[in-house]
Each structure stands twice: as C-alpha cells, then as structure tokens.
Ligand binder design. Structure first.
Ligand code: ADP
Ligand code: ZN
Length: 231
C-alpha cells in the first residue's frame, strides 16, 4: 500500500502516520524527521536544511525531492510506504508521481487530515516529541507515561524548536499557499479522502481511518476494473 498523509502542521500527520505504519507494517517516511536527523547528525544535507526549519519555511524542492528519491529507492519501500510531510508542493507531487511511474507503480491513496485552525494552535504549542525515535506526544492529549521519557525507547521527550506560535504562523501561511493546492491535485486523480482528525487520538481513531482507507482503495480498484473491461 502506497499512502500519503496530507494536512496542515498540527493536524496529527506524524501521530497518525506512526500508528498506521505500525498497524499495516509499512515504513513510515517523515521528511521532517529525516531533516531533523540530518541536522543533529551534522550532515551536509542537514547544514543546508537547518535555516529553513528554524524559520518554519520549506526546504527547497530540489533538496527535498532528492532526499525522498534516495529513501524510496531503499528495499523496504518496494511494496509500500506511508509518506508524512511529503509532498508539500505541486512540483514535489509531480516528482513523486514520476518516481513511482518509473518503477511501474503509483500512489494508492492520499489522506487529507483536517483540523480547525484554533485547535492546530493549541495542539502545536502543547506538542512534544522523542528526540531519539521521533515518537510524537502531546502534553494535554497523550503525554508520555513518565514525564520527559519516551514510552518506547526511553529517549528524551522534548518540545521542538520550531513549535512556537510565531513559526507556526509562517508554517500555516506556507501550507495555504504551497501545500493546499495538492488537495485539488489528488482530488482530480480520484485518490483523495478527507478525514476529520479533530477528535482525541486513540487506537480507535487509527482503526477507523484504516477501515476508511481500505474501503476507498477497494472501491477505486473496482471502478478501474469495471472501466478497464468496458471495451
Ligand atoms: P509540521 O508538519 O508540523 O510542519 P514536519 O516535521 O513535517 O512538521 O516539518 C518540519 C519542517 O521540515 C518544515 O517546516 C520544513 O522546513 C521541513 N520540511 C519537511 N517536509 C518538507 C517538504 N516536503 N518540503 C520542504 N520542506 C519540508
Ligand atoms: Zn523514543
């Protein structure tokens, strides 16, 4: 299954993607996590990307697309993946279509997570993340069992540097300008579903979304089967 999670910052992409990946045994590819790992590892890519992340701006397409291309070429992505935070611009979406087409495949489904903007502010300013494994937490909704310590890897749970109200405004503006057009892009391909993610995150909400994803993929494959047999 080849999935993309789309949504403004704070709509719960990382949290949902982590849990869907675990349930469906798919590799979870978060471009934000890969950039942050490169920054803390002091790589050349990290050095180039750092100022964009600090300012809440998008890393240039060329760098981002190259990075994703390398990641998707790894063998664990052959049969499926869940992309979280990519694509974020129309050129990135076109590059992704092209990459998959070259390998003879395509995206199965794009999930558009929707959350009202007031709630986004509340979630982001309460957001925490494990500095070792990237597992997301939230001070109000699902804090780690022991304060400051990751439930999964015992790494340090911290607040992200770019999770301030000011940077968030920039990230939301960028989302509306450059990422929101992808909703229409994927609607036109007939592979987009909307999901209201303003409820509390739970295993139930994850299972509910997975059900919807499977049903939609099935209906797409049925309609293309019928279409393919018309002549
Ligand atoms: P959020 O979704 O909360 O904004 P992410 O962890 O997905 O957080 O992204 C953090 C930062 O990483 C972004 O603000 C941007 O600087 C960079 N980034 C992540 N994905 C992309 C992408 N597809 N294109 C360009 N920059 C990206
Ligand atoms: Zn952890």
């Amino acid at each position: 299954m080849k999935l993309v999670l789309l949504g403004a910052p704070g709509t719960g992409k990382g949290t949902m993607a982590t849990d869907i990946a675990k349930s469906l045994l798919l590799p979870h590819i978060s471009t934000g996590d890969i950039f942050r790992a490169n920054i803390s590892g002091g790589t050349e890519l990290g050095t180039k990307a750092k100022r964009y992340l600090d300012e809440g701006k998008l890393v240039p397409d060329e760098l981002t697309i190259g990075m994703v291309k390398d990641r998707l070429a790894q063998s664990d992505c052959k049969d499926g993946f869940i992309l979280d935070g990519f694509p974020r611009t129309v050129p990135q979406a076109k590059a992704l279509d092209e990459m998959l087409l070259q390998g003879g495949s395509k995206l199965d489904l794009v999930i558009n997570l929707q959350v009202p903007e007031e709630l986004i502010f509340k979630r982001i300013t309460n957001r925490l993340v494990c500095s070792s494994c990237g597992k997301p937490y939230n001070k109000l909704e699902f804090p780690p069992a022991k304060e400051g310590v990751c439930d999964f890897c015992a790494g340090e749970v911290i607040q992200r540097q770019d999770d301030t109200a000011e940077t968030l405004r920039t990230r939301l503006d960028t989302y509306h300008e450059l990422t929101a057009p992808l909703v229409t892009y994927y609607q036109q391909q007939g592979i987009l579903i909307d999901y209201d993610n303003s409820g509390k995150h739970s295993q139930e909400s994850v299972d509910n979304l997975i059900e919807k994803v499977k049903a939609k993929i099935e209906s797409i494959s049925k309609s293309s089967y019928v279409g393919g047999n018309e002549n």
